[in-house]
Ligand binder design. Structure first.
Ligand code: GLN
Length: 245
């Protein structure tokens, strides 16, 4: 009898462990796995020490710290991030990923943590574009599966080449094989800093917000991430005001 009780207890403890929520799983594992595409400065890029660094990495690290675990970063092709999340290759995507209705059909998004929009980057002095439709008959490069790709794909008569990484799209531009790249504003600006032959050749053409993506069903992690984002957004002074008034 005693043996049976012990056995049942062990089964119960084991199943609690095995079927516990996503947060228990991450804590037991000891690290949070983040998926990203590290050609998106200043959100994620590879530094001189060959480490993936950036704003998104620091956000994910804050989540990991709050969970009491370390952070592991997996660098992936951008258009493979959501399928890999669905296949449990990571717990979370931080990739400057725009919250869109289409993506919301397949993943959960955290509260927005950054506002951005698409711009057209060109070689200095090439042309100025007031609207994305003016890219008709232009050779343009984008990163596959991005909102910039979706926007450019809609333009009739555009001559579009898709690349797995933004670095390749911008290289094509510098090499004069294409004349424009559609890219997120802050990332476009970051690339221009390192490529003085390039410039932003348009106003900001869309209004987008970035969110962290989490697998459907993992609402527990979603709430946790939103809580961490909220705490990060609140200055210590605001927190004091909240606490006392
Ligand atoms: N914000 C864009 C998107 O979500 C691009 C993100 C990226 O290339 N990392 O599609």
């Amino acid at each position: 009898m005693k043996r049976a009780t012990l056995f049942l207890t062990l089964v119960l403890v084991f199943s609690l462990f095995a079927f516990g929520g996503i947060i228990d799983t991450i804590k037991a594992r000891g690290y949070l796995v983040m998926g990203t595409n590290a050609t998106f400065p200043p959100f994620e890029f590879v530094d001189a020490k060959n480490e993936v660094v950036g704003f998104d990495i620091d956000l994910a690290r804050a989540v990991a710290k709050k969970l009491g675990v370390t952070l592991r970063v997996i660098d992936f092709a951008f258009d493979g991030l959501i399928p890999a999340l669905q296949a449990d290759k990571f717990d979370i995507i931080f990739a400057g990923m725009t919250i869109t209705e289409k993506r919301k059909e397949v993943v959960l998004f955290s509260d927005p943590y950054f506002d951005a929009g698409q711009v057209i980057v060109v070689r200095k002095g090439y042309k100025h574009f007031d609207d994305v439709d003016e890219l008709t008959n232009e050779k343009v490069a984008v990163q596959t599966g991005t909102t910039g790709d979706l926007m450019a794909t809609e333009v009739p008569g555009i001559i579009l080449t898709r690349f797995p990484h933004f670095t390749e799209a911008l290289m094509e531009l510098s090499l004069r094989r294409v004349n424009a790249v559609v890219i997120d504003s802050s990332t476009g600006e970051a690339y221009i800093k390192f490529n003085p032959n390039l410039e932003v050749g348009s106003p900001i053409l869309s209004a987008e917000s970035y969110g962290a993506a989490i697998k459907k069903g993992n609402e527990e992690l979603l709430n946790f991430v939103n809580q961490v984002l909220k705490e990060l957004k609140t200055s210590p002074y605001d927190a004091l005001l909240d606490a006392w008034f």
